[in-house]
Design a protein around this ligand. Structure first.
Ligand code: PMP
Length: 366
């Protein structure tokens, strides 16, 4: 059997998601595809109510709890509909009738959460990065909090804008965080949050699953109109098996969690993320040909967004990068420029290849 590592050598996927998977994880999926754990069937053919699959879900939850040090008064839910569904499900699950919520307007994805939140509840913007064109974040001491809000929503990493919150405050209301693009890329103080949610297609494997970690005192009976499959309380009660969960994606997440654990956990992921992003930012900052408009303290270690000083060269840059096996570097459609998404599975060699290409391109066009 050919080695996946050599088949993929020299090709790096810098997409915002779905992202690269580690070669070891892909190899294990291939190896187990026809016979998962000696069952004689593939993972795709396992009933979700069977003992083997229930065991896999229990192991997945246990690994996640260990990696993030999730306290015992939090429930881990495996839901569908992506983080985008959560934008609407948060107010439906957490707010009482007429109650409002606080939101930090930090970038493109926070705005999506706000727009959806507004369909269900009054929204108070505690601070906005709009006046700085989403190149800097306002720090927690400047947030204009409503003490009566049902929760305060933040986005830990703005995937499209290249901004990342570096610290999480202790708040009097439940702090709710969209961690979709930096989940499991660093240790986080779970006990400061009411809810953490993240889709898995960036740092934890394949698309189709959204992990929701919710403090158990926030679970309440589903209000009229909320489908039971989208109720935190019902799914917690049913151990995320009210209906068929995304079994294959859960399996890939289980393999990714083991991969992260074997590499030293979230501390090791954070160190790797810092090494990758520092190497790229250092190159950009040392060149007049490229520039990164984000304020240094607020820059993301996961999604590095930058521009060519001569914007007219961007399309040629992207086309030539693609020819070198450096794919999906185009910035978000709403923002433009270049974006290198450096999730957990991106090796440092991918960043080295990108920097080498950027230097070559600058030599030819600078
Ligand atoms: N939030 C953030 C921060 C994201 O980066 C994304 C996806 N790029 C989403 C939410 C939406 O996730 P999904 O497509 O799984 O709904």
């Amino acid at each position: 059997m050919a080695c996946i590592c050599s088949e993929r050598s020299g090709h790096y996927n810098f997409a915002a998601g779905p992202a690269m998977l580690p070669s070891e994880v892909l190899a294990q999926i291939r190896e187990e595809m026809l016979d998962w754990r000696g069952s004689g069937f593939s993972i795709l053919e396992q009933p979700f109510t069977g003992a083997a699959f229930r065991q896999l879900m229990a192991e997945t939850e246990a690994d996640l709890r260990a990696l993030l040090a999730i306290p015992s008064n939090y429930r881990v839910l495996f839901m569908q509909g992506g983080a985008s569904a959560q934008f609407g499900l948060l107010p439906l699950n957490l707010l009482r009738s007429g109650q409002g919520a606080d939101y930090l307007e930090s970038g493109h994805w926070a705005r999506k959460a706000i727009a959806e939140g507004r369909r269900h509840a009054p929204v108070n913007i505690i601070a906005s990065a709009a006046d700085q064109n989403f190149t800097a974040l306002s720090s927690p001491e400047h947030w204009q909090l409503d003490p009566l809000a049902g929760y305060c929503h933040i986005t830990s990493n703005e995937t499209a804008n290249g901004l990342q919150l570096q610290a999480f405050p202790v708040l009097p209301v439940p702090l709710v965080v969209d961690m979709t693009s930096d989940f499991l890329t660093r240790p986080v103080p779970v006990e400061r949050f009411g809810v953490i949610y993240a889709s898995t297609q960036k740092n934890l494997g394949a698309a189709g699953l959204c992990v929701v970690i919710v403090r158990d005192d926030l679970l309440q009976a589903p209000p009229a109109g909320l489908p039971a499959a989208f109720s935190y309380a019902v799914q917690a009660e049913q151990q995320s098996r009210l209906n068929t969960p995304p079994t294959f994606t859960l399996y890939v997440a289980a393999l990714m969690l083991r991969w992260i654990k074997q590499r030293g956990g979230t501390e090791a992921m954070a160190l790797a993320a810092r090494q990758r992003s520092t190497q790229l930012y250092r190159y950009i900052d040392g060149s007049d040909f490229y520039h990164c408009p984000q304020k240094i303290q607020d820059r993301s270690s996961i999604n590095v967004c930058f521009r060519l000083t001569d914007a007219g060269l961007t399309d040629i840059f992207l086309a030539q990068a693609e020819q070198r096996g450096l794919t999906h570097l185009r910035g978000h459609a709403a923002i433009g420029g270049v974006r290198a998404s450096l999730y957990n599975a991106m090796p440092l060699s991918g960043v080295q290849q990108l920097v080498d290409f950027m230097a070559d391109f600058e030599r030819h066009h600078g």
